[in-house]
Write a protein that binds this ligand. Structure first.
Ligand code: GSH
Length: 239
């Protein structure tokens, strides 16, 4: 049985987890060919940094996908950006940061502030607590995220401005991708793993929210996300 345990939010929307950072980590592990056991845990407060996902390895609990990936990359001798030029590496880094530090806020806004997202949170709460408590549980959960989004600034904008900010990130990814199979090289790099994690939940969730609808209206990006969904370890070995 693999020694590595990965704690993620539950699966939904035909994805192995609804968590964007969890999806990113699961895809990286798949590309690295590292065996692991996945365990669902919907309470991020249980993680060592109060955020989902996290791992358990050799009795140690480690949070933050960037730190986890750096550690596992060293242990397993797998650098997903190996062979890229310094400029390609920089682009891979910049795309990842844009998606993880900015686009992630837009994703959370559509899930925890937009009425369609809140309705999904309420449904999810009904599967976790007795029905009469679901409304309160959903408000507490969504309220926590909303406060964070307000503190970071994004939730202080109008709905239209939030949507425009999210669409601008999607346009940037689409322009960088162009006609290529992947964003920076002819095989998946860190930018692609992050793009898969951060964009795929919106591509798949059933809620009609502005930025998710916009993403789903871009066939080239949707085709790219399906390509990333199917990307396997053999692809990087062949590269
Ligand atoms: N930098 C972290 C980000 C993880 C993160 O933001 N996780 C969110 C869910 S996507 C979370 O657990 N938020 C819960 C909270 O802040 O209470 C990583 O790379 O793992």
């Amino acid at each position: 049985m693999p020694d590595l345990k990965v704690f993620t939010f539950s699966a939904d929307w035909e994805l192995p987890s609804t968590g964007p950072f969890a999806l990113k980590l699961l895809k990286w592990l798949e590309l690295a060919g590292i065996p692991f056991r996945q365990q669902f845990e919907d309470n991020p407060a249980k993680g060592p940094k109060g955020k989902n996902p996290w791992i358990e390895l050799g009795g140690e609990r480690i949070g933050d996908t960037e730190i986890i990936i750096e550690l596992l990359a060293k242990r397993n001798g797998f650098d997903i950006d190996a062979g890229l030029s310094p400029e390609q590496r920089a682009l891979s880094h910049a795309v990842r940061r844009m998606l993880e530090e900015h686009f992630h806020q837009v994703l959370e806004w559509e899930l925890f502030v937009h009425p369609e997202g809140i309705a999904w949170v309420r449904q999810m709460a009904e599967t976790m607590v007795p029905r009469p408590l679901a409304g309160t549980a959903a408000s507490l959960f969504a309220g926590r995220f909303k406060r964070q989004l307000h503190a970071r600034g994004i939730a202080r904008h109008s709905d239209e401005i939030v949507a425009a900010k999210g669409k601008a990130d999607i346009d940037a990814v689409e322009a960088l991708l162009g006609e290529k199979a992947f964003i920076v090289a002819d095989r998946p790099a860190m930018a692609d793993v992050a793009a898969y994690g951060l964009l795929m939940p919106m591509a798949k969730w059933p809620m009609r929210t502005p930025v998710a609808d916009y993403l789903r209206s871009r066939p080239r990006l949707m085709g790219y996300l399906e390509r990333m969904a199917g990307a396997k370890a053999e692809q990087r070995l062949a590269a």
